[in-house]
Design a protein around this ligand. Structure first.
Ligand code: PNS
Length: 160
């Protein structure tokens, strides 16, 4: 049987322990994951795409089952390019649902082979979002325990 690989896409600005938890749990269901970092020209970008890739790689401790790549444009196009048809997403709360539901259906409309699989975020992580981590760190709040050690250090450096 060929290895089962899923795509785990996101902005990851910055990667959080919530993301890592989904990756670790995803690896129990898949042989490998491609973490796909969106190259978005967002105005409030904290880390560049290259920095996010490095932060993810650092946090993943060179786990060979996980590849970290970047993509731009449509996710379904990138999935086709990579020969992957399962997209993995974490779902935190009801508030995530509508956006995720629309995105999963839009992606399936664009490519009927694409299946989105949701994992409920663990109870320790359901309130963590990259946006809040960014804001709290920017304002001098303590985000230890919410992000991997290398991300914590990068945040401290950025806002010192
Ligand atoms: O971490 P995020 O910001 O919630 O991730 C969102 C992401 C990157 C998965 C989503 O914005 C995306 O796939 N963008 C690529 C553009 C695309 O394919 N859009 C159509 C689907 S709605």
């Amino acid at each position: 049987m060929p290895p089962r690989i899923a795509l785990y896409p996101g902005s990851f600005d910055p990667p959080t322990n919530g993301h890592l938890s989904i990756i670790q749990r995803g690896l129990k269901m898949f042989d490998g994951l491609i973490v796909a970092v969106l190259k978005n020209p967002a105005k409030d970008e904290l880390f560049s795409v290259e920095e996010r890739v490095q932060l993810l790689r650092g946090a993943l401790n060179l786990d060979k089952r996980v590849q970290v790549k970047t993509f731009s444009g449509l996710l379904v196009k990138f999935a086709q390019q990579e020969g992957v048809n399962t997209v993995l997403r974490g779902l935190r709360a009801v508030s995530d649902f509508e956006y995720e539901f629309q995105m999963a259906n839009m992606n399936r409309k664009l490519d009927k082979e694409i299946e989105t699989l949701f994992m409920m975020t663990g109870e320790d992580y359901f309130y963590i979002s990259s946006r809040f981590v960014r804001d709290v760190a920017r304002l001098g709040g303590d985000v230890s325990g919410l992000v991997p050690q290398n991300v914590l250090e990068a945040l401290k450096k950025r806002f010192k």
